[in-house]
Design a protein around this ligand. Structure first.
Ligand code: FAS
Ligand code: PHB
Length: 390
């Protein structure tokens, strides 16, 4: 087989790039290790920056998002017995975010690939990129017992944190930066009416909590748990009781509980791999960077990678201009590190750290006092949360 751009990974990053390039007549093949059902079973991000929403519309995949997604102009931070609202619309100069689940967004992307007869190969085993520093790179993979080969111009590593792409960059070239947090998030999805029309981030001495949603009949809740916890340690009743202990009383009293239709624990880490290019391999999304979900930057950081790669590939194929490809890694990393900083800051301010000393706790309180006493501080939070410019 031959294609112009071979994409490893059929998650949102790989699918969005494939769809955008296809619309411009650039040929791609997506190689996905799992089945489509498996990919669509994952419950992950819930908040889209306006830039991501715009890219979905440009990819002709935004109709259901615009119909079923919710525009949110703000969110609440509950702390020290108070509930303060962050007015995103006011402090970001009129912008907002779209609350629409990554699962649905990925479903929309798959359906668009199908509509355009895009090539997405599932159950692609043992994917391996080759000759990345040559002008004729290729990718091999196994489908059943048969090993197949795809010759291409470029390979996109959109295969997430545990993928093969980043590992294909020689250790002598790759630099990795990582920070692991001493806790995780236990998340529950329930077919219940959300407790609040806007997200509530909770700082509590027992630990962080978050009230989010996917629709008016589907709620998403999280509580910070110790790293040693396993999901089987937590019954639904145990989860709801702990969430209520952390919520402001008037919120806890109106919380509608129900059976979990999904329950999982995600570890929290900050991670960046540099460079995001090696020869004709370009990393995008979680393959190159991971953030703690506190700032809702994970999926949104993938969006700017895809935006830069999309325009760089257009310039290469349409104008013979390789400046976008040559600048990709530096440009993507500049925005990635700003998302890293924001996610670290939100996580540091709102979580209970097991080894924190009283001085640290006073700093956390001061961070929140300063935030809600300063319009400049709220503008800084808002511009990061709605998404810095691409
Ligand atoms: P993905 O990991 O989504 O997709 C990579 C794809 O590549 C997968 O389908 C995988 O099966 C495939 N793959 C892997 N190795 C392969 C190989 N060798 N060959 C072929 N295919 C291969 N972000 C938020 O903003 N908010 C959240 O609340 C949030 N919660 C999260 C919870 C969890 C448990 C995780 C893991 C992430 C969460 N994220 C969250 C971040 C998440 O949304 C990612 O940013 C997003 O999935 C990134 O998309 P991709 O880059 O496409 O990577
Ligand atoms: C979610 O709805 O899954 C979500 C929302 C905001 C976050 C993290 C997760 O910061």
């Amino acid at each position: 087989m031959r294609t112009q751009v071979a994409i490893i990974g059929g998650g949102p990053s790989g699918l969005l790039l494939s769809q955008l390039l296809h619309l411009k007549g650039i040929d791609t093949i997506v190689l996905e290790r799992q089945s489509r059902e498996y990919v669509l079973c994952r419950i992950r991000a819930g908040v889209l920056e306006h830039g991501f929403a715009k890219l979905m519309r440009e990819a002709r995949c935004g109709e259901r998002m615009d119909r079923e997604g919710e525009i949110h102009d703000g969110f609440i931070i509950a702390h020290g017995g108070r509930q303060n609202r962050v007015d995103l619309h006011k402090y970001s100069g009129g912008s907002s975010v779209v609350v629409y689940g990554q699962t649905e967004l990925t479903r929309d992307l798959y359906e668009a690939r199908d509509r355009m007869n895009g090539v997405v190969i599932h159950h692609a085993e043992d994917v391996q990129p080759h000759d990345l520093t040559s002008a004729t790179p290729y990718v091999t993979f196994r489908k059943g017992d048969e090993v197949q080969r795809i010759d291409c111009d470029f390979v996109i590593g959109a295969d997430g944190f545990h993928g093969i792409s980043r590992k294909s960059i020689p250790a002598s070239v790759l630099r990795e930066y990582e920070k692991v947090y001493p806790f995780g998030w236990l998340g529950v999805l329930s077919k219940t009416k959300p407790v609040s029309p806007e997200l509530i981030y909770v700082k509590h001495e027992r630990g962080f909590a978050l009230c989010s949603l996917r629709s008016q009949v589907l709620s998403r809740y999280y509580i910070q748990v110790p790293l040693a916890d396993k999901v089987e340690d937590w019954s639904d009743d145990g989860f709801w009781a702990e969430l209520k202990r952390r919520l402001p009383q008037e919120v806890a009293e109106r919380l509608i509980t129900g059976p979990s239709i999904e329950k999982s624990i995600a570890p929290l880490r900050s991670f960046v791999a540099e460079p995001m290019r090696y020869g004709n391999l370009f990393l995008a999304g979680d393959a190159a960077h991971i953030v703690p979900p506190t700032g809702a930057r994970g999926l949104n950081s993938a969006a700017s990678d895809i935006y830069y790669l999309y325009h760089a590939m257009l310039a290469h194929y349409k104008d013979g201009d390789d400046s976008g490809l040559d600048n990709y890694s530096a440009k993507a990393l500049a925005r990635v590190w700003k998302a890293q900083r924001f996610s670290w800051w939100m996580t540091s301010m709102l979580h209970t750290f097991p080894d924190s000393i009283p001085y640290d706790q006073k700093l956390q309180q001061t961070d929140l006092e300063y935030l809600f006493s300063s319009e400049a501080a709220q503008s800084s939070l808002a511009e990061n949360y709605v998404g810095l410019p691409f």
